[in-house]
Design a protein around this ligand. Structure first.
Ligand code: ATP
Ligand code: MN
Length: 463
């Protein structure tokens, strides 16, 4: 007897094998013939394995007939060909041992369909529900695919710091990291005396690893970060989390065009790998969440993304004849309704917008010759909107410093970032992909809170 996963036991190659299975019961059904069917799941794949437990088993009356949804069990038996539809194999049990009971009166995750809102209140049990198992496996597949893609392309995986003293976006919205006692904050005059804080200066949770990635790209060529990222923005939307995972490649000697090519190839690769490696989970999303989940991904793999300058996009929006809530004029920030028009109505595929007005974008983006726009690019996809944001970075010290002053930044505290432009500066580019937005797009899940195991949003951090 050998311990195997349900995924292995479900394969026809396992027929005839004696196996030990361990998992959680999804359902138990008793047949008139005096035996029971147990649907067992262990998370290794979407499908369950059917266990046949005969009435002659010694604990049949005392235990097996009391097994209910959520009970953990160990099953020893032989894998057989299944006569039933929709499954290749089943297991004839020789022994069924109950490991842990789940009282059907109080177990919160019954067989019936629960709302996603309710399931968020039981985040410790929801991974046992079909949807969350499928999301977790797809998320894992995407994570592996991300590493595979960059490793195969010769990138170095960089671990950028989570605690930082620099604010990449030049805006607030950061979580402060401090060991000062909020009840007795040391003051120097009217200001907080951060010299007495742990790091001797104000520090925060990172909003982006980009600046650090630039440091390593300007030495090692091609690097990427993949780690937790924090934004204290108080936006209660279906696309924002306070804690999310971001992938940030940064490449020396890449211009904006190279950057867009990489982003497109990268995103297509993620979609292709999920189609290949998670067919069962994707079929579930088609059946239950979004009928177009698979065809959307197939479309992405085969399509060429539209590339449009911001200025062209404004023109299209103005000519569209649509009634937008937010009026469109050159210089305005694009709203979700504008992005949706472009990706869902006009082109029905991903759109890469580039060359945004300089006033809309951070100091580090390279200024174009027109002085009005910067070498920014956003990848927009149907339904989710912005999934990737990136740019070619400003490599000219004088222009960079002018931009920093323009945005009211303290040049001194960026001395090391400016040094990169002082010593051996090179054109370079990079972008950031939000992992959860990618998983949301791929699975068709409506709310970003349901594609991360333990979502952090304003007012929510219990689990
Ligand atoms: P948005 O305009 O949608 O708020 P952003 O422009 O602030 O996003 P960037 O700073 O460009 O986002 O970050 C790069 C990527 O990180 C985004 O394209 C998105 O995929 C993801 N991202 C940004 N903020 C969040 C968030 N609060 N929760 C989840 N993902 C996020
Ligand atoms: Mn952005």
């Amino acid at each position: 007897m050998e311990k195997v996963s349900v995924a292995i036991a479900r394969q026809t190659e396992s027929i005839g094998r004696k196996v030990i299975l361990q998992g959680w019961v999804r359902t138990r059904r008793d047949s008139k013939g005096g035996f029971s069917f147990i649907e067992l799941n262990d998370g290794s794949c979407f499908g369950n394995i059917q266990i046949i437990a005969d009435g002659g088993l010694p604990n049949y009356e005392s235990e097996i007939k009391r097994i209910s949804t959520g009970t953990s069990v160990e099953v020893r038996g032989e894998v057989r060909e299944s006569p039933a539809k929709g499954q290749a194999t089943e297991v004839q049990a020789e022994r069924v041992t109950v490991i842990g009971w789940a009282d059907p009166e109080t177990y919160p995750l019954q067989k019936k369909q629960h709302s996603f809102e309710y399931l968020r209140t039981i985040a410790h049990l929801r991974p046992r529900a079909n949807t969350f198992g499928a999301v977790a496996r797809v998320r894992n597949c995407v994570s592996r695919s991300i590493h595979n893609f960059f490793q195969e392309e010769g990138f170095i995986y960089l671990h950028s710091p989570i605690i930082t003293a620099s604010d990449c976006e030049g805006a607030g919205q950061m979580f402060r990291v401090t060991t000062l006692d909020p009840a007795r904050v040391p003051m120097r005059g009217k200001e907080v005396d951060y010299s007495q804080d742990f790091f001797g200066r104000p520090t925060f949770l990172t909003v982006s690893g980009q600046l650090e990635a630039e440091v390593y790209a300007c030495a090692l060529g091609k690097v990427y970060t993949f780690g937790p990222t924090f934004r204290a923005e108080n936006s209660n939307t279906s696309r924002h989390l306070a804690e999310f995972w971001m992938i940030e490649p940064e490449m020396a000697f890449f211009d904006l065009e190279d950057n867009m090519n990489l982003a497109e190839a990268f995103f297509k690769r993620l979609c292709r790998d999920v189609l290949e490696q998670c067919p069962e989970d994707m079929q579930f999303f088609v059946n239950r969440i979004d009928k177009t989940a698979i065809s959307t991904l197939e479309g992405i793999v085969d399509s060429e993304f539209v590339r449009l300058s911001y200025t062209e996009a404004i023109g299209l929006l103005q000519k569209s004849g649509e009634k937008f809530e937010f009026p469109v004029e050159w210089g305005c920030d694009l709203q979700a309704e504008h992005e949706r028009y472009l990706t869902e109505k006009k082109f029905q595929k991903p759109v890469i917008l580039f060359d945004y007005p300089r006033t809309l974008k951070p100091f580090y983006m390279r200024v174009n010759d027109d002085k009005k726009t910067v070498r920014a690019m956003d990848v927009l996809v149907p339904r989710v909107g912005e999934i990737i944001g990136g740019s070619q970075r400003e490599e000219r010290l004088d222009v960079l410093e002018e931009r920093m002053k323009e945005q009211g930044l303290d040049l001194e505290s960026y001395w090391w970032y400016r040094d990169l432009r002082r010593f051996g500066t090179v054109p370079h580019s990079g972008f950031g992909l939000g992992l959860e937005r990618a998983v949301q797009f791929i699975t068709g899940m409506a709310n970003i809170r349901d594609v991360i195991p333990f979502p952090r949003t304003p007012g929510n951090a219990e689990f």
